[in-house]
Design a binder for this molecule. Structure first.
Ligand SMILES: *Cc1c(COP(=O)(O)O)cnc(C)c1O
Length: 280
């Protein structure tokens, strides 16, 4: 029996090999390995694609979440509500910053956070909500944003598994996943929807002040070289990864369409199977 990979990265590479090889060799020849022009170009192209004012590239999706939470100046003991069905990094970062993770169940049909349970979990110590968009499926952002506004909470969207997804509001308008809350975070780990050939991540926001703060935190807390205003982290996207991501971003919608075609095929094949239930 032939073994089928869930994500066939080699097959995907072979289709865009010429472009990728050229881009990678171009970066090597340029010697601008860190924060080179490719990183800036990728940032701009992702801002355009997402219709988002600021994209801050960083080293991975976990760092993206960490930098976002550091920028919001949350205090130890503050409560951050997130979904109990996600990759560990979401809750790990909350704990790392000495904040209190409050886990809330997901909805069986979509695997995204249950807004009613979320609202019940809010206490006077709650400061932020981290909804996780999973498998390209967005959490119920309209409800979540109205709960957040009512209780004056930040919303950090974990978009590591849904970059490129359109969230549809009840009035028919759409917005890209990760650009609806206060901050959006994503990962470019190779097997994610938009993956590079190593580690990578990015943070999104439409808020100018937060963008400046997050750029500073991701760069050792410095806004001017060698002037360190506060304690930050070292979280950079390298130029080779940015060059690869620029190419793959142009294919992202086609990759998502191909996944949807494959999902429809499985849905049809298992439609009447008594032991299989599928997300709605
Ligand atoms: C992958 C993932 C992360 C972490 O991203 P890394 O780039 O691996 O650090 C965070 N949240 C979710 C939902 C993920 O799937």
């Amino acid at each position: 029996m032939q073994k089928l990979a869930m994500v066939d990265l080699l097959g995907q590479y072979e289709k865009i090999k010429t472009e990728i090889d050229q881009a990678v060799l171009g970066v090597i020849a340029s010697s601008a390995y860190i924060n080179g022009p490719e990183v800036k170009s990728f940032q701009k192209e992702l801002e355009t694609y997402l219709h988002c004012k600021h994209v801050i590239p960083c080293a991975n999706g976990t760092d993206a979440l960490q930098v976002a939470m550091m920028a919001l100046k949350l205090e130890p003991g503050d409560e951050v509500i997130t979904a109990d069905f996600t990759y560990a990094a979401t809750a790990e970062v909350i704990g790392l910053l000495r904040l209190k993770p409050v886990l809330v169940d997901v909805l069986p049909g979509t695997f995204t956070i249950d807004p009613d349970a979320l609202e019940r979990a809010i206490t006077p110590k709650t400061k932020a909500i981290v909804p996780v968009h999973l498998f390209g499926q967005c959490a119920q952002m309209e409800r979540i944003m109205s709960i957040a506004q009512k209780h004056n909470l930040y919303v950090i969207e974990d978009t590591a598994q849904a970059i490129g997804s359109d969230y549809r509001f009840s009035n028919g308008t759409t917005q890209k996943a990760g650009t609806i809350g206060t901050i959006g975070c994503t990962s470019f780990f190779p097997s994610k929807n938009l993956g590079c050939y190593g580690d990578g991540g990015a943070i999104f926001t439409n808020d100018d002040d937060l963008a400046a703060r997050m750029r500073m935190i991701a760069n050792h807390g410095q806004s001017v070289q060698y002037y360190h205003d506060e304690i930050g982290v070292n979280s950079r996207l390298d130029s080779i990864q940015a060059a690869i991501l620029r190419i793959k971003l142009r294919h992202l919608d086609a990759y998502a369409a191909a996944r949807n075609r494959a999902a429809a095929y499985y849905d049809k094949a298992f439609a009447n199977h008594p032991a299989a239930s599928i997300p709605v």
